[in-house]
Design a protein around this ligand. Structure first.
Ligand code: 9WN
Length: 443
């Protein structure tokens, strides 16, 4: 663990910086994740952003959540990116997905063909707390039909064999692009030409072919081989018409992701609460699948942590990551396991100094400034603190929040992610969910 920091006096000016970042990224009733790297709307980003915005402008926060419905597909999926009409410098833009050949979104906006962690119900509930009863009732009424259809999409389309857990078709759906278990599952289908170039030692040629931003140093992002493999997965998904029954016939890795399922279980609880308040009844089929999903989380536990699982083989992907702690947030951890998880999470392996790392520091692939391969992410730490609180570990929750706050205070800026070793910021700057969750932490 770490010591509780003494906060410097200029928290107000840091909050003002955060508000400024959110304003700068505001596109109307959508907030982009960052001005340089991510010019569109991302699903779970908007949810975390709304959780911060509710302290500044609750009506605007409600609009942020509702705007996600504009991307909803006829099959209920809410996409991971809804493309804004901007000059597209984003490397995985509309032309990679070509969803117009398959479907249209509710608003006609273009989108990707995959989803992202279902944080919407959490955001809705938190925003709802800040609205007066009339505004909250209106907000829930507007949100519920689409939100229910989204949860049905996840529990039905993505659990076709009635297993209980939902399956993801791309690491981008997990929100943790290059987290080690996903990379290990995905790299076996690296395109042949990429492997040939790699073998020839032509790393520079590969790098020259990259289409992502040069804003961020290469060592803070995916390798070119990883990136080209993720593009290849997109191509398979596109050719499969984004339908799970077709996708499962390809060689695309299919993963019952532990973090995603944990977030879904919690979101299901929130959905039940929102529906009850609005007097809307959920179908028996959905209610049954929610229960089965919660119970199935048990299958992801093995000896000391929770893992993701390969949908095709049923084998656990035994590479430990921070995702293994999110069952605390879901509330599915039996009391006799809580100490094991909390000890691991608060040990120097995961929490060397500044926040809980995405991969333990003693892992051979750990890279303190490389994306989901080690850095501290503010949204994940927010979820972890909530999980600790749920299980009555109030001191640990308080300490984690204070430590994360201190991390941002010390850097003075809203970075995308931070090194758990020295607290230095990495990735994009002016990153919206860091700003939003800072505002929430200070509230
Ligand atoms: C792909 C927007 C998103 C986050 C993800 C993060 C990163 C995108 C990318 O940025 O992913 O979705 O281009 O790398 O991994 O969690 O939602 O902030």
């Amino acid at each position: 663990g770490s010591s509780v920091p003494t906060l410097p006096p200029d928290l107000q000016s840091l909050r003002a910086t955060a508000v400024e970042v959110l304003r700068g990224n505001d596109l109307g009733d959508v907030t982009r994740p960052s001005p340089t790297l991510y010019p569109h709307q991302w699903l779970w980003d908007s949810c975390f952003i709304a959780i911060g915005l509710r302290h500044i402008d609750p009506a605007r926060a409600a609009a942020e959540v509702l705007s996600l419905l504009r991307g909803q597909w006829p099959n209920g999926m809410i996409p991971h990116v809804i493309f804004a009409e901007v000059d597209d410098f984003y490397h995985a833009g509309p032309q990679r997905w070509r969803i117009d050949r398959v479907t249209t979104t509710a608003s006609g906006a273009l989108s990707t063909g995959i989803t992202q962690p279902p944080m919407i119900a959490e955001a809705a509930l938190r925003v709802g707390e800040m609205l007066d009863p009339k505004a909250r009732a209106d907000f829930y009424r507007a949100l519920l039909p689409g939100l229910i259809r989204f949860h049905e999409f996840l529990h039905f389309e993505r659990d076709p064999d009635d297993d209980g857990l939902v399956t993801l078709v791309h690491s981008w759906e997990s929100g943790m692009d290059n987290t080690p278990p996903w990379m290990e599952a995905t790299l076996p289908i690296t395109p042949r030409r990429v492997n040939v170039l790699k073998r020839l030692g032509a790393a520079e040629a590969l790098d020259a072919m990259r289409r992502d931003s040069k804003e961020v140093p290469a060592e803070e992002r995916l390798t070119s081989a990883e990136l080209f493999t993720l593009y290849r997965v997109v191509r398979e998904l596109r050719r499969s018409g984004y339908a799970f029954r077709n996708i499962r016939e390809t060689d695309v890795p299919l993963v019952q992701d532990v973090a995603f399922n944990a977030i879904l279980v919690r979101a299901d609880d929130h959905l039940v609460e929102i529906a009850a308040e609005a007097g809307v009844k959920l179908s028996r089929r959905l209610t049954r699948q929610m229960r089965r999903c919660r119970e199935a989380m048990e299958r992801l536990w093995s000896s000391s942590t929770y893992y993701s699982r390969d949908f095709r083989t049923g084998e656990l992907l035994r590479h430990e990551t921070v995702g293994g702690f999110l069952p605390l947030y879901a509330g599915v951890v039996p009391e006799d396991r809580v100490d094991v998880l909390v000890k691991a999470m608060t040990s120097p392996r995961y929490w060397p100094r500044y926040g809980v790392a995405s991969v333990p520091a003693d892992d051979p692939v750990f890279e303190p400034r490389c994306y989901w391969q080690g850095p501290v992410w503010i949204n994940i730490n927010w979820l972890l603190a909530d999980g600790l609180e749920r299980y009555g570990r109030l001191d640990a929750a308080r300490e984690l929040r204070a430590n994360v706050l201190n991390l941002i205070v010390n850097s003075g800026e809203m970075f995308e992610y931070y090194s758990p070793l020295d607290g230095s910021g990495a990735g994009s700057n002016s990153f919206s969910w860091t700003a939003a969750l800072l505002v929430d932490l200070l509230a």
